[in-house]
Design a binder for this molecule. Structure first.
Ligand SMILES: Nc1ncnc2c1ncn2[C@@H]1O[C@H](COP(=O)(O)OP(=O)(O)OP(=O)(O)O)[C@@H](O)[C@H]1O
Length: 495
């Protein structure tokens, strides 16, 4: 995989605390600078150059003031420095202001420069101080008093250049070389006279600066290599994190497709015991079994239908249509449990949020769903020129819900209510929805048209009075009519 170096990593959403206290304009400016590596580098180079200029400005002034004789100015010039040096305690031991006034033939010889007594007196008068005194004008901070200061300043500037890790090492090298060349040319050519007793040897200065440049360049290379490695690791970590998140989302979706949402949440929870059996007791669950008994007649393995695959394709479409209907908001109470062959099983009221013990909306939703899938099969028959018949059974009661299996876990429900619901299907009639007395009592109150089938024999249960659900609730139809009427009226008003 080819990775672009210094590609920009996702920016942190939160500003550091210091930046948060800053005015909005400053925040914007700093984030604009930080977001562009080129701008940041240019800014860093600019800062280093400004520092360098600041450090050598005094040196330039020193040269421009050389001919002036302004004692007491901030920049004492070179000649005054030399004069002060000559008048230091080492050269004139017994000279005080009074002595000098009375000594007419005093002369001072040092470094080949001869000052006659009147000149010395004149100088001393101008200085108006006692020579050899630490606080005299000769000591008042002339830059030349400690000229190596410039070399140290330049070294500090070079250190500041090394501090900026974001500058490429090659740019750093160019910057360091430029600083060295500029400074050394000043020391060697324009300020050559500062050498000797004033500067440390020019050769030492050259050696020190070259040595520092090499050291800083090696340091810059190492820092850059570390930064690149750091960047690649960060990039790799980001990619791996994205991959893990993607995988987690995929797993979540997969589990949500296999298990009901609330059960999937339980299984994705990290602090659950791995061998723990998931089960829960649910009261008043409405169970539906819907089967297509004549599908087995339709299913034949022939060469013409690709050994039965085309039959399975049609069954798959029917089941998928049933699944799709559950996406509708009004069927949110219902959870598909499974489909076995041509039998579809669903339950409503498995969680608190999908159970309505007051208005039994989960039961009415199941009744509507049963009517809806019957219509859907009619529709499939019309379009596939088949004559599939559906048989539906509905019951209500307590169940135990749980997940069975470690490798291919399956959510299922068990209990007498489930067995009876299955019996309502198996003992039912084609194209009819058979319900138990408990379901009848709920649906009847809600305005659903039901007809009593009579007493039937149910295996294991004995005689049972059952009912057929014949259509939708009058209340719901009225509600639908009024809402569609309102919609039409609204549409009319709109036009
Ligand atoms: N969770 C379930 N999923 C699918 N079908 C179920 C489930 N629970 C019960 N049934 C079905 O309910 C029907 C009634 O079961 P019951 O235990 O009363 O009698 P059975 O003797 O086991 O059934 P059968 O006589 O059909 O073999 C069975 O056909 C069974 O397949």
């Amino acid at each position: 995989m080819k990775i672009k170096l210094f590609q920009e990593l996702p920016k942190p959403t939160n500003f550091p605390l210091v930046l948060q206290c800053m005015p909005e304009q400053v925040k914007k400016m700093s984030s604009a600078v930080a977001s562009s590596r080129t701008v940041s580098q240019m800014l860093a180079c600019f800062v280093v150059l400004v520092l360098f200029l600041c450090s050598i400005t005094s040196m330039v002034s020193l040269r421009s003031q050389r001919r002036s004789w302004w004692i007491g100015s901030f920049l004492l010039d070179l000649e005054s420095y030399r004069d002060c040096s000559l008048l230091s305690a080492e050269n004139i031991t017994n000279l005080t202001l009074d002595d000098a006034n009375h000594t007419s033939s005093l002369s001072v010889v040092a470094d080949g420069l001869t000052l006659q007594a009147p000149e010395v007196i004149s100088l001393k008068e101008q200085l108006n101080v006692t020579l050899g005194d630490e606080n005299n004008a000769c000591h008042q901070g002339p830059t030349t008093h400690f000229p190596d200061y410039f070399t140290f300043c330049v070294l500090v500037v070079m250190v500041s250049c090394a501090v900026y890790q974001l500058i490429f090492c090659i740019i750093k090298l160019l910057l360091l070389v430029a600083i060295c060349v500029a400074y050394l040319s000043m020391v060697l050519f324009t300020h050559g006279s500062l050498d000797g007793e004033v500067f440390i040897s020019r050769y030492v200065t050259v050696a020190v600066l070259i040595g520092f440049t090499i050291a800083f360049f090696i340091h810059a290379q190492q820092t850059e290599a570390t930064s690149r490695l750091d960047f690649l690791w960060k990039l790799q970590a980001h990619e791996e994190k994205d991959e893990i998140e993607h995988l987690q989302a995929y797993n979540r979706k997969l589990i949500a497709n296999i298990l009901p949402e609330h059960v999937a949440v339980h299984f994705l929870c990290t602090d659950r015991a791995p061998d723990e059996l998931y089960h829960e007791e649910c009261e008043s669950v409405c169970i539906l079994f819907a089967s297509i008994p004549n599908f087995s007649d339709f299913y034949v393995e022939l060469e013409s239908n690709n050994e039965g695959v085309e039959c399975l394709r049609l069954l798959n479409e029917i089941i998928a249509d049933f699944d799709e209907l559950l996406e509708e908001e009004r069927f949110k109470w219902i959870e598909k449990i499974k489909s076995t062959g041509a039998t579809y099983m669903a339950a409503a009221g498995l969680t608190k949020s999908t159970r309505d013990l007051k208005n039994f909306r989960h039961v009415t939703a199941m009744a509507d769903y049963a009517l809806r899938i019957r219509d859907q099969l009619e529709y499939v028959n019309e379009h596939s020129f088949n004559n599939f018949k559906i048989r539906i059974g509905i019951n209500i009661g307590p169940v135990v819900a749980g997940v069975i299996g470690a490798r291919k876990p399956q959510y299922d429900i068990w209990g007498n209510a489930v067995n009876v619901a299955s019996r309502m299907d198996s003992t039912g009639e084609l194209d009819k929805i058979q319900v138990t007395q408990e379901v009848y009592q709920i649906l009847h109150k809600k305005g659903y048209p039901l007809s009593c089938r009579g007493t039937i024999k149910v295996k294991g249960k004995g005689d049972m009075v059952t009912y057929f659900l014949n259509g939708r609730s009058h209340d719901i139809i009225e509600e639908d009519c009024s809402s569609s009427g309102t919609k039409e009226a609204a549409a009319e008003n709109h036009t």
